[in-house]
Design a protein around this ligand. Structure first.
Ligand SMILES: C[S@@+](CC[C@H](N)C(=O)[O-])C[C@H]1O[C@@H](n2cnc3c(N)ncnc32)[C@H](O)[C@@H]1O
Length: 209
């Protein structure tokens, strides 16, 4: 994701009530941050945050945490949230591969929106639905595990279906054209871009007990 650097990005992050800087201190206790017992859902690779801020606004009884690897990207989401009043939203800057050092069996749902496809076979372990990541997610899910993925990339999508099924997930919903289905949807930045270029959006919902 190409972005011009935001001036004072670090200062903006650290002054925002939405940014959790010392996230490792909350492992196993994230519900305390929200001061309620509601379920917690995360989006991995939240980018500029349109999806997660809208989802949080529309679902005040669910808690949401956006995960993004780069501060330079996360700051855009933080700026968006700063203009809203969303007590059920927080954001963390970290790599998904470390998520089992951040959460301890306290997440109900993971959203993967337009994740990097890593097209080369030798990089397939870096895909966020590879068994390497699914193993990390096992440690952060509460009990029932739900993964919801959207992507324009059919190769990543086919890979995810195979990887999730092999790992024991059940595919409850699969669509090769989300925008022509009766499925409630909030568009992400990438989704807007790809669908306006004529690409169909692939969608899946997978669960595991
Ligand atoms: C292609 S962008 C999609 C952004 C947004 N989800 C959307 O649909 O508009 C992928 C995002 O995932 C982030 N990302 C990639 N790998 C990640 C990882 N291992 N952990 C956390 N974030 C990651 C990237 O920095 C980037 O912001």
């Amino acid at each position: 994701m190409r972005l011009r650097n935001v001036k004072n990005a670090r200062e903006i992050l650290e002054n925002s009530k939405y940014f959790i800087k010392d996230y490792k201190n909350y492992k196993g206790n994230f519900k305390k941050i929200f001061n309620n017992d509601n379920e917690i859902r995360i989006e991995i690779g939240m980018g500029k945050g349109t999806f997660i801020t809208t989802l949080a606004k529309e679902n005040p009884d669910i808690n949401f945490i956006g995960i993004e690897k780069y501060e330079s990207v996360l700051v855009r989401g933080i700026q968006k949230a700063n203009e809203m009043d969303l007590p059920n939203l927080r954001m963390i800057c970290c790599d998904a591969k470390e998520l089992n050092e951040v959460f301890d069996h306290e997440i109900s749902t993971i959203y993967l929106n337009f994740s990097d496809p890593w097209p080369k076979k030798r990089h397939s372990d870096r895909r966020l639905t590879s068994h390497i990541f699914l193993k990390v997610y096992d440690d952060i899910f509460e009990c029932k595990k739900t993964i919801i993925q959207k992507t324009d990339n059919i190769i990543l999508f086919a890979y995810s279906i195979s990887s999730l099924s092999t790992y024991g997930y059940t595919l409850n919903k699969v669509s090769l054209d989300l925008h022509n289905e009766d499925i409630k949807n909030i568009k992400t930045e990438y989704e807007d871009k790809f669908s306006s270029q004529g690409y169909k959006i692939n969608y899946l919902e997978a669960t595991k007990d």
